[in-house]
Design a protein around this ligand. Structure first.
Ligand code: ARG
Length: 263
C-alpha cells in the first residue's frame, strides 16, 4: 500500500501518516491489553522536554527556534502564508492555564515532498514561545543508540489523543533490519528515514505523535534531535518499527529554510 501524502484523510488505515485529531473520541475498547501509554510510555515531567509543542491539527513538533517549529511535512498542507495552526507549548498538560499559545504565520513544507521521505516542515509563529529550543543533529554521529520520543498522540493503536505528554525510549534499528520488516518498510528511503523501536513490540510512537521529535543526548550531555515521527504499520506491533525522518540528512535544508522564514 502506498502512503497517503496529505493530512486530513478520514480513515486511520493500519498503515498511515494521518495525524491524530484534536483529542476527544473517548475510546470504549474493553478488550485492550495491558495498560500502556504513548504506546508503552510514562508521563513526562513538567519541564523535562521544554521544546515540545502540540499543534492544533493533531500533531507534535519541537521548537527549532522560539518562533519556528520543526514538524512533519505530512502534518501540513503545503507551503505559504498560513494562520490556521494553533501551537501550545511550555506545558505537559494541554489544559494547564500556564500554557503558552501562538499561531502560525507561514509554513514551509520540505521542497519536493510527495509522501515518500522528506517528511519535515517548518512553521513560523506570530510570537515566540519562551522555552528552550531543541538543536538538530547535523551529522550522523548520533543516529544510533537509544532515543527518546514524546507526544500527546494515541496511547495504543486506535486509541485516543492524550491531554498529558507521554514519553518512551526506543532503540535504533538499522535500515537493513527495518526494510526486512517487509510491507511498506521495503520502501524505506535509507538516507531520509531512520527506524527505531522495540523488536518485541509494545513501545512506539503512534497517531498524533507525528511531527514530534525523536532525540537523545549528545557528547556534551545536551538533547539533540535525530528524528521526526513519521509513520509505521499500526503502532507498537512486534517487528514493525517506527519510522522517523532522518534529521541529520536534512540539517542544511532545514537551516536554510529557517533562515528564509527569518528568526
Ligand atoms: N503518522 C502518524 C501521525 O500522523 C504517526 C505514526 C507513527 N507510527 C508509529 N508506529 N511509530 O501521527
Amino acid at each position: 500500500m502506498k502512503r497517503g501524502a496529505a493530512f486530513g484523510a478520514v480513515a486511520l488505515a493500519a498503515f498511515s501518516l494521518t495525524p491524530g485529531t484534536a483529542f476527544a473520541q473517548a475510546t470504549s475498547d474493553a478488550s485492550e491489553g495491558p495498560r500502556t501509554r504513548i504506546v508503552g510510555g510514562t508521563p513526562a515531567e513538567q519541564g523535562e522536554f521544554p521544546f515540545m509543542v502540540r499543534l492544533s491539527m493533531g500533531c507534535g513538533g519541537a521548537l527549532y527556534a522560539q518562533d519556528i517549529v520543526l514538524t512533519a511535512a505530512h502534518c501540513v498542507d503545503g507551503s505559504g502564508p498560513n494562520t490556521d495552526i494553533g501551537v501550545t507549548g511550555g506545558v505537559v498538560d494541554l489544559d494547564d492555564p500556564a500554557a503558552q499559545k501562538a499561531t502560525s504565520t507561514e509554513v514551509l513544507q520540505a521542497p519536493g515532498y510527495d509522501g515518500t521521505g522528506k517528511d519535515w516542515a517548518l512553521i513560523k509563529l506570530d510570537k515566540p514561545i519562551d522555552q528552550p529550543t531543541l538543536k538538530i543533529a547535523d551529522t550522523d554521529a548520533y543516529d544510533n543508540g537509544e532515543f527518546d520520543i514524546a507526544g500527546w498522540g494515541a496511547d495504543r493503536e486506535g486509541g485516543s489523543q492524550q491531554q498529558k505528554l507521554l514519553k518512551a525510549k526506543v532503540p535504533f534499528i538499522d535500515d537493513a533490519t527495518c526494510k526486512a520488516a517487509g510491507g511498506s518498510y521495503s520502501g524505506l528511503v535509507d538516507a531520509e528515514e531512520i527506524c527505531a523501536g522495540v523488536e518485541a513490540g509494545g513501545v512506539d510512537s503512534c497517531q498524533g505523535d507525528s511531527g514530534g521529535p525523536m532525540f537523545r543526548k549528545d557528547d556534551a550531555g545536551e538533547f539533540v534531535q535525530v528524528g521526526i515521527v513519521s509513520w509505521g504499520e499500526g503502532c507498537a506491533r512486534a517487528g514493525k518499527p517506527g519510522v522517523y525522518t532522518q534529521v541529520s540528512h536534512f540539517a542544511q535544508d532545514i537551516k536554510s529554510a529557517a533562515d528564509q522564514l527569518g528568526s
